[in-house]
Design a protein around this ligand. Structure first.
Ligand code: RTP
Length: 150
């Protein structure tokens, strides 16, 4: 059950603002296990695949341009309910509605510059991990887990 995985991505605004370490630190300190990490300049084709379910939304062209504006940092985290908890840690999509203490609630104001992405289901997490890490990610056991899980 601690093998659930999610795809978390720091978007170009988060990378340029120097928030990569902050995002990593929050997931690390929470107790989740890092399985993959890389900086990449995404292509339009890659982003259109990643955000395929949003292609009919009016904000889609702006979203793709924003995501093309610089490198992103993608990561794969594992742990119990990491998909749902990861979304809680990111905060609501619109930072104005994000609770203080969440990443967006602490560092963002505008929905079009909301710092980070997190998978919204176990299914989409696995699809996103395959899309962004076609080479695969690590898998390992940690002795630390006995301090985190009962
Ligand atoms: P994400 O995929 O980035 O984690 O975001 P989400 O699930 O919370 O939200 P989603 O509806 O999938 O939207 C994806 C990203 O599109 C941008 N957006 N702009 N201008 C707008 O109204 C608007 N709405 C969404 C945001 O960057 C959002 O994270």
């Amino acid at each position: 059950m601690a093998s659930e995985r999610t795809y978390i991505m720091v978007k170009p605004d988060g990378v340029e603002r120097g928030l990569v370490g902050e995002v990593i630190s929050r997931f690390e300190k929470r107790g989740f296990k890092l399985l993959g990490l890389k900086a990449v300049q995404p292509t339009r084709q890659h982003l259109e695949q990643h955000y395929g379910d949003l292609k009919d939304k009016p904000f889609f062209p702006k979203l793709v341009d924003y995501m093309l504006s610089g490198p992103v940092v993608g990561m794969v985290w594992a742990g119990l309910s990491v998909v749902k908890t990861g979304r809680v840690m990111l905060g609501a999509t619109n930072p104005l509605a994000s609770a203080p203490g969440t990443i967006r609630g602490d560092y963002a104001i505008d929905v079009g510059k909301n710092i980070c992405h997190g998978s919204d289901s176990v299914d989409s997490a696995e699809k996103e991990i395959a899309l962004w890490f076609p080479e695969g990610v690590c898998n390992y056991t940690r002795s630390l887990d006995k301090l985190i899980y009962e």
